[in-house]
Ligand binder design. Sequence first.
Ligand SMILES: CC(C)(COP(=O)(O)OP(=O)(O)OC[C@H]1O[C@@H](n2cnc3c(N)ncnc32)[C@H](O)[C@@H]1OP(=O)(O)O)[C@@H](O)C(=O)NCCC(=O)NCCS
Length: 160
Amino acid sequence: MLRLRLAKSADAREIAELSRDLVDAGLGWTWHPQRVLRSIRARETNVVVATDEDRIAGFAIMDYGETRAHLTLLAVTPMHRRQGVGTKLLAWHEEAALAAGIEAIELELRASNHAARRFYQRLGFVEFALVRGYYQGVEAAVRMVRDIRRNARAIKVEPL
Ligand SMILES: CC(C)(COP(=O)(O)OP(=O)(O)OC[C@H]1O[C@@H](n2cnc3c(N)ncnc32)[C@H](O)[C@@H]1OP(=O)(O)O)[C@@H](O)C(=O)NCCC(=O)NCCS
């Protein structure tokens, strides 16, 4: 059965290896175990994992600022995709962000990652900027944002 929980220090290596294989492909290993461990321990960051038995099925890392939160990493293992795991991981962070008084969630992702762009669009994120060379000078990033305030007007951004 799938469960969501905060990551523990012992999860750092598994998250880092999944990140290397599922997110960093072709860009080197940017989220190595020490970096994930720092995020797990940081007060302004939450690392959430979805587990299936004892294995990690997905994870999401979010930094919480004053009024905005930044989703730095999200991935679901191939065998657990299209079952709502990514949606649940984001919903967990959204509740925590709302409780912290945050108004919007921002993120960047590889412009070529059309599946993830569709995933975020489906969840109400809007694309508002294209940053050329964002990923080590070799690939552009798309910036997306979503106003999470309930009963609030949507953030006004010019779509790409
Ligand atoms: C993007 C990702 C996190 C989505 O996780 P997921 O658990 O499969 O997503 P969900 O099951 O919650 O999907 C919710 C909706 O998003 C959309 N969606 C998800 N994956 C999609 C895909 N590959 N193509 C088109 N739409 C997609 C669908 O509308 C889906 O609803 P549906 O299954 O009822 O059609 C996952 O594909 C992944 O880990 N990809 C590799 C890493 C990555 O790209 N991370 C994001 C950038 S850092």
